[in-house]
Design a protein around this ligand. Structure first.
Ligand code: SAH
Ligand code: SF4
Ligand code: F3S
Length: 432
């Protein structure tokens, strides 16, 4: 049996895709290898969202090739970089497979094993891998990702995803509910529904709010999370559905990208700062205990000091619980790359990013300090990274908690009381 090793980069959708790929490969008679040196086939499932992500992966491919020369393995690139760079990558690997081509991967691998390089980067309007029961690759057995849609129809001007992932497709709701129930049967205690813009999910009459209710009701003792919400589309119906289902976690990832209306317009986000802040207010009104996290881009084309200050002030106003923060990286082929010069000097981008990060660090610490003394239900994920005799897990708000514990095991739900915090973690004790 030929064994396949896959390294996964990029977003959670890629994690879900790697699981679908393993399912397809297992059905075709391949085995999975966790050891790169024991593998006959070495694959990277890749991300193109920023240039540094791509550079890191290309560096790693060089290491794959060292192993390939030593052991005679076949190498390949899957996912977004395969889609963006296409045949060009054949200089580096034997297989180039875009995100909609995974059903042909077993045959491609067979061909490559016989010395014939393979490329399939065709995008599909319909492929959702709906019928595939993923082979879970996470190690804790507690939390599973479920892909509910593919692609993206928003053309945010900076973003390569619509080009690498193609048009938006929603997966039939019945297959999603079935997969969630299957996760529960296998012992998972948390499922995360994934899409680039979950709020535009639509299968017949079933929108995202209805889908969320169905999943939450089909798995009443399982936590349900979702990502990513788009500020222009997140609806009151969705917020009310969350509020009325206690097993839907109190956390919304709501990427803002910028606090300046001029930048938002240029980014083609199709909302304003005022709209965004109204959505935040609505979330807080309906679910006062809901955490909000965000993504932001520093130094987008023509961004001025004033635009940047608007981002900082929005961060203060919104009081985000956490954030993913990036400097703008021009992606070939996007609207921004074609229409606007990437004119903010690198050192200015870096300085602005650092300013946002240090502000957010303060906001995260403040958010965590407000939790001191509170009691939370936490789903145990496993041993904490640092402490011996300590476990870690997240509360409903997606905050990482650690506490001394020699009794519980991954998958248990425990009550903890917050006694202290860092900017990244709630330090807790078992409360009963
Ligand atoms: N679908 C999600 C985001 C997917 S990409 C959404 O619409 O919010 C994840 C994050 O990467 C984005 O939110 C954005 O902050 C960042 N990103 C995307 N393209 C980028 C680029 N060209 N340069 C820097 N950051 C980028
Ligand atoms: Fe990219 Fe915008 Fe689609 Fe998100 S919504 S994936 S940022 S184009
Ligand atoms: Fe990256 Fe593709 Fe996800 S570009 S962020 S892996 S959709």
């Amino acid at each position: 049996m030929k064994k396949v090793y896959i390294e996964t980069y990029g977003c959670q959708m890629n994690v879900a895709d790697t699981e679908a790929v393993f399912s397809l490969l297992t059905d075709a008679g391949f085995g999975r290898s966790l050891d790169i040196d024991a593998a006959d086939v070495i694959l990277a499932n890749t991300c193109s969202v920023r240039d540094n992500a791509e550079q890191r992966i290309l560096g790693r491919i060089e290491q794959f090739n060292v192993r390939k020369r030593r052991h005679g393995a076949v190498t390949g690139i899957l996912g977004c970089m395969a889609e963006r760079m296409k045949e060009e990558l054949l200089e580096k690997v034997d297989i180039v497979a875009g995100p909609d081509s995974y059903r042909s991967l077993p045959a491609m691998i067979e061909e490559a094993l016989h010395g014939r390089p393979q490329v399939n980067v065709e995008l599909s309007r319909t492929e959702t891998y709906a019928d595939i029961m993923p082979v879970r690759t996470d190690t804790n057995g507690v939390s599973a990702f479920i892909s509910i849609m593919r692609g993206c129809n928003n053309v945010c001007s900076y973003c390569v995803v619509p080009y690498t992932r193609g048009v938006e497709r929603s997966r039939p709701f019945r297959t999603i509910v079935r997969e969630a129930c299957d996760c529960v049967a296998k012992g998972y205690r948390e499922v995360t529904l994934l899409g680039q813009n979950v709020d535009s999910y639509l299968d017949g009459e079933v929108n995202f709010a209805k889908l969320l209710a169905m999943v939450a009701e089909a798995c009443p003792s399982t936590r349900v999370r979702f990502s990513t919400s788009h500020p222009k589309d997140i609806s009151d119906e969705l917020l009310r559905t969350m509020a009325s289902h206690p097993n839907v976690c109190r956390h919304i990832h709501l990427p803002v990208q910028s606090g300046s209306n001029r930048m938002l317009e240029k980014m083609r986000r199709r909302y304003t700062r005022e709209w965004y802040m109204e959505r935040v207010a609505k979330i807080r009104e309906l679910m006062p205990d809901c955490a909000i996290s965000t993504d932001v881009i520093a130094g987008f084309c023509s961004e001025t000091e004033e635009d940047h200050k608007a981002t900082l002030s929005l961060f203060r106003e919104a009081g985000f619980d956490s954030a993913y923060m990036f400097q703008y990286s021009e992606r070939p082929g996007t609207l921004a790359a074609r229409n606007y010069p990437d004119d903010v000097p690198p050192e200015v981008k870096t300085a602005r990013l650092e300013e946002i990060i240090s502000l957010q660090n303060r906001l995260s610490l403040e958010s965590n300090r407000r939790d001191i003394g509170k009691t939370f239900e936490v789903l145990v994920e496993g041993p904490s990274k640092k402490g011996t005799g300590q476990l870690c897990g997240r509360n409903s708000q997606n905050k990482m908690c650690v506490w001394d514990d020699s009794v519980h095991k991954p998958g248990d739900t425990v009550k903890v009381r917050v006694t202290g915090c860092t900017q990244a973690t709630l330090l807790c004790e078992l409360s009963e």
